[in-house]
Design a protein around this ligand. Structure first.
Ligand SMILES: C[S@@+](CC[C@H](N)C(=O)[O-])C[C@H]1O[C@@H](n2cnc3c(N)ncnc32)[C@H](O)[C@@H]1O
Length: 212
C-alpha cells in the first residue's frame, strides 16, 4: 500500500503554493500532521467536481487542508460546512481558508459531530457531498447522520477505512479502528439501497452514492 501511495503521490500529488502553505502552517502551529495525502486531496477535488456538488459537509477540519481540496471542486457559489470538535483547530482552518481566498464560503460547527449533525438536521440543512475524516468509532453514526441530511444522489466519502491495511491483511497489526472499519465496510457492502465501493487511495476511501 505504501509503495502504491508513494507512486500515486509522486505522479498526482503535487501541492501548489497554497496547499503547501496550509501544510506548513499546520506544522508550524503544532497541529497533528494527519491531513489527507496530496493525491487523496486531488481525489476529493475531482469527486466534488464530478458530482456537481454545491453544498459540501466535512466532518474533521483539522487545519483546513482537506477543506481546501473540497472547496476547489466547487463552483464559485459553492459552500463548505465543516464540523470540528476542537475550537482552536476550527479557528486555524477558517483562517487558512480565508487566506487562500475562500472568505464567506466556509462555516464551522464546533463541537461533537453528532450534536452538530442533529442541529443541522433541525435547521433543515441539506448537502450533496460529505467527507468524513474524524473519530473512527463514530463513522457508522456519521453515515446515518449524513444520510438524513443528504440530497438525492449525494456522495458520502469516508477516509481511513483500510485502517493501515489491517482490514484486509491479518499480518498487519490491528488498530483500535480495525473492528469498526471491518464492520462498516461489510455493512455498507451488504446494503442494497446504495451504490458503494472502496477507492484504494491513502488509507482507503469508502465511497457511497445515494439513489437519485
Ligand atoms: C484526521 S483529522 C482531519 C484531517 C482533515 N480532514 C484533513 O485531511 O485536512 C481528524 C479531525 O477530526 C476531529 N474530531 C475528532 N473527533 C471529533 C468529533 N467527535 N466531532 C468532530 N470532530 C472531531 C479532530 O479534532 C481532528 O481535527
Amino acid at each position: 500500500m505504501k509503495a502504491m501511495n508513494d507512486y500515486t503521490n509522486r505522479l498526482f500529488g503535487t501541492n501548489d503554493a497554497t496547499s503547501r502553505a496550509i501544510l506548513q502552517a499546520i506544522e508550524d502551529e503544532g497541529l497533528p500532521q494527519i491531513s489527507v495525502s496530496p493525491a487523496a486531496a486531488r481525489w476529493l477535488t475531482m469527486l466534488v467536481s464530478m458530482t456537481g456538488a454545491e453544498r459540501v459537509l466535512e466532518i474533521g477540519a483539522l487545519g483546513g487542508y482537506s477543506g481546501l481540496a473540497l472547496l476547489r471542486g466547487l463552483p464559485s457559489t459553492g459552500t463548505l460546512t465543516s464540523l470540528e470538535l476542537n475550537e482552536s483547530y476550527a479557528h486555524l482552518a477558517k483562517h487558512h481558508l480565508e487566506e487562500a481566498g475562500f472568505q464567506g464560503r466556509v462555516s464551522y460547527e464546533i463541537g461533537d459531530a453528532m450534536t452538530s449533525l442533529a442541529e443541522l438536521d433541525a435547521r433543515g440543512e441539506t448537502y450533496d457531498f460529505f467527507f468524513i475524516d474524524a473519530n473512527k468509532d463514530g463513522y457508522a453514526d456519521y453515515v446515518e447522520g449524513a444520510m438524513r441530511l443528504a440530497r438525492p444522489g449525494a456522495l458520502i466519502v469516508l477516509d481511513n477505512v483500510f485502517a493501515g491495511g489491517s482490514v484486509y491483511d491479518d499480518r498487519i497489526e490491528a488498530k483500535t479502528s480495525t473492528p469498526f472499519m471491518k464492520r462498516l465496510n461489510a455493512m455498507i457492502a451488504s446494503r442494497t439501497d446504495v451504490r458503494a465501493n472502496l477507492l484504494p487511495i491513502g488509507d482507503g476511501f469508502l465511497v457511497i452514492e445515494l439513489p437519485q
